[in-house]
Design a protein around this ligand. Structure first.
Ligand code: PGA
Length: 256
């Protein structure tokens, strides 16, 4: 089985101005062992306006920067939207797509995601595609159906060779921001299922693709999750807002 390089991403959501972001990075750099970015991908996802400040503050550290969303078109009459090229120009190398908050609060659809993923790839951005079921769907035993629908639809236009350029984050909606983390078994079961779906398109790529867990990850539970063979890292919301906490999680991933 190929070694998959661990991956941790800080999803800041709508937190931190540029000044607060630069301050975070200053403290984060002091705390993060240099070796961490040699053995793991460490990614910060600030708001669009704070992208340049975070790119500048992380220069030379190996820490990468990502957008939190993008529009699928190259340009056009889409007031308030940002394209993949604009995010790449700001110095980001990745972009979060299909976060459940975008799906739930802003009407993000699988149809739009099917266009966003290839658009991100053609602009040279690594898509971090989020999938996951709601509590209601899990209770109704529909988790696998939901994951299958999201993965098949969102990656419908991604060819086999491009598949391994994608990162997937399994984020059960009921675990996001609730303090109710999925158990390592639950996370691993879902991730194994997602990897199996990806294997139907390209077996080798499915073994290489990083699949993260997200939902109430913190420095205390990061190790039991990330040390599982199927769980390649974490997408972290709340706990990524504190430099010490996110540095501790990144360090855990680097030694996993
Ligand atoms: P959380 O958020 O860590 O605060 O649960 C995770 C996410 O929304 O990506």
């Amino acid at each position: 089985m190929p070694e998959r390089r661990p991956y941790v991403a800080a999803n800041w959501k709508m937190h931190k101005t540029s000044e607060e972001a630069s301050d975070f990075i200053r403290r984060f750099r002091e705390r993060l062992p240099e070796a961490a970015t040699r053995s793991a991908d460490v990614v910060i996802c600030p708001t669009f306006t704070a992208l340049p400040a975070v790119v500048e503050a992380t220069r030379g550290t190996g820490v990468r920067v990502a957008g939190q969303n993008m529009h699928e078109a190259e340009s056009g009459a889409y007031t308030g939207e940002v394209s993949a090229a604009m995010i790449a120009e700001a110095g980001a190398t990745a972009v979060v797509l299909g976060h459940s908050e975008r799906r739930r609060l802003f009407g993000e659809t699988d149809e739009a995601l099917a266009r966003k993923v290839p658009a991100a790839l053609s602009a040279g951005l690594e898509p971090i595609l989020c999938v996951g079921e709601t509590e209601e769907e899990r209770d109704a035993d529909r988790m696998e159906k939901v994951l299958e629908r999201q993965i098949r639809a969102d990656l419908a236009d991604v060819g086999g060779s491009q598949l391994e350029r994608i990162v997937v984050a399994y984020e059960p909606v009921w675990a996001i921001g609730t303090g109710r983390t999925a158990t390592p078994e639950q996370a691993e079961d879902a991730i194994r299922f997602v990897r199996g779906l990806l294997a139907e398109s390209d077996r080798a790529a499915a073994e290489r693709i990083r699949i993260l867990y997200g939902g109430s990850v913190n420095p205390d539970n990061a190790d039991e999750l990330i040390s599982r063979p199927q769980i390649d890292g974490a997408l972290v919301g709340g706990a990524s807002l504190e430099p010490d906490d996110f540095a501790a999680i990144a360090e855990t991933a680097a030694v996993a």
